[in-house]
Design a protein around this ligand. Structure first.
Ligand SMILES: O=C(O)CCC(=O)C(=O)O
Ligand SMILES: [Fe+2]
Length: 367
């Protein structure tokens, strides 16, 4: 038995299906565009200052690290070192040779695209309720006056399977549920292996990081960004960092939208067909006492093309305790973050609007 399995067995079995956060319901963006493709309603318009306060540096795109997953699996020391540098300097990287079949990735894109083409009445059968974040809608809206993102979302919790809420799993088109399951199970394989490599680069035994999760919880968020007549005025997804341990993103091959913070600039992550984008989340930032940062990112929209991103979040179970590891703390690196129960941290994050790094800042020990 692996240490991971042992940990799951000895930790208390939690079977209550979790609920995460409430939010204010918002208009559907895809319908807004369908009704009037030229007009961008006031509630979505951002100030020029907000959009452009950080430099846009597309020339740095080619420097976003690319990690060969097969080399990692073979224990290649150079690739592990590359992973370490990627996590420290960028917080983001793309993985190739991950073994997720290209046909399965395409099938996921196809069935989800079909779902979004159904009439709104059909999709709204899975509408996100005001007191949770699963279903079809948009999260992180906490007031009627908040400026909104140019994006509709479909969210389901996939693992552990006993936490699923079947009422939010679309029954249209046929096969969507099976495809989400097949895709997510492959992402789980890749993601858990990546978490083991993170454990190693954090200076721990391979299975310690996963063990700390009690169980790895995995959610899927599909972000659907309709075209926008004035893309320079809106944001698809507000700058934020992810509360996860790691996040694995499948992007469209032919349209760029994801931008990450690198030093004082926004750098677009140019899609590599077949690759997956991975980023380090807040959990790793806290555990590593800030050595690895969960980097701020945002999604921008396009004038003529819709874009869809398939985002899998892997994170600890609610009762996991998360705080800086002792070996990350010394006289030069005093403890920077409080110890938190992960469920509380996650709910604190999900019950606020997306706002850069404010949630990790709130977890810091005040001077
Ligand atoms: O659309 C994207 O590429 C990014 C999505 C994202 O950051 C998220 O869903 O947390
Ligand atoms: Fe994100």
């Amino acid at each position: 038995m692996s240490l991971n399995e042992a940990n799951v067995l000895v930790s208390t079995y939690i079977d209550e299906v979790p609920t995460y956060a409430s939010h204010v319901p918002v208009p559907n963006v895809q319908e807004t565009v369908r009704n009037n493709p030229l007009k961008v309603p006031e509630r979505y318009v951002r100030s020029e200052e907000e959009i452009q306060k950080v430099l846009y540096m597309p020339q740095l795109s080619s420097q976003v690290p690319i990690i060969d997953f097969t080399l990692l699996s073979h224990g290649n020391k150079d690739e592990i070192l590359k992973l370490d540098i990627a996590c420290k300097e960028w917080g983001f990287f793309q993985i190739v040779n991950h073994g997720v079949k290209i046909d399965l990735m395409q099938q996921m894109k196809d069935v989800v695209a079909e779902f979004f083409e159904f009439p709104i009445e059909e999709k709204n059968k899975y509408a996100m309720p005001p007191d949770d974040i699963q279903g079809y809608g948009h999260t992180s809206v906490v007031s009627e006056t908040q400026i909104l993102d140019w994006c509709d979302q479909l969210i389901v919790l996939v693992y552990p399977a006993r936490f699923r809420k079947p009422q939010f799993w679309p029954q249209i088109p046929e096969g969507l549920k099976d495809t989400i399951e097949a895709y997510s199970s492959e992402i789980k394989r890749v993601g858990e292996e990546l978490i083991n490599y993170l454990s190693l680069i954090l200076g721990l035994e391979e299975h310690v990081l996963i063990g700390l999760h009690k169980e790895v919880v995995q959610g899927l968020r599909v972000n659907y960004y309709p075209p926008c007549n004035t893309p320079e005025q809106v944001i698809g997804l507000t700058p934020h960092s992810d509360a996860s341990t790691i996040t694995i993103v499948m992007q469209d091959d032919d349209v760029t939208g994801l931008e990450i913070r690198y030093k004082e600039s926004w750098v677009p992550v140019t899609p590599i067909p077949g690759a997956l984008v991975v980023n380090v989340g807040d959990t790793v930032e806290i555990l590593s006492n800030g050595k690895y940062k969960s980097v701020e990112h945002r999604a921008m929209t396009n004038k003529n093309k819709k874009r869809t991103s398939f985002v899998s979040f892997l994170f600890p179970r609610d009762d996991a305790e998360v705080g800086p590891f002792d070996h990350m703390i010394d006289a030069q690196n005093p403890k920077m973050y409080k110890n938190v129960t992960y469920g509380e941290y996650l709910r604190h994050t999900l019950n606020r609007k997306l706002e850069g790094k404010t949630q990790t800042d709130a977890a810091k020990i005040q001077d």
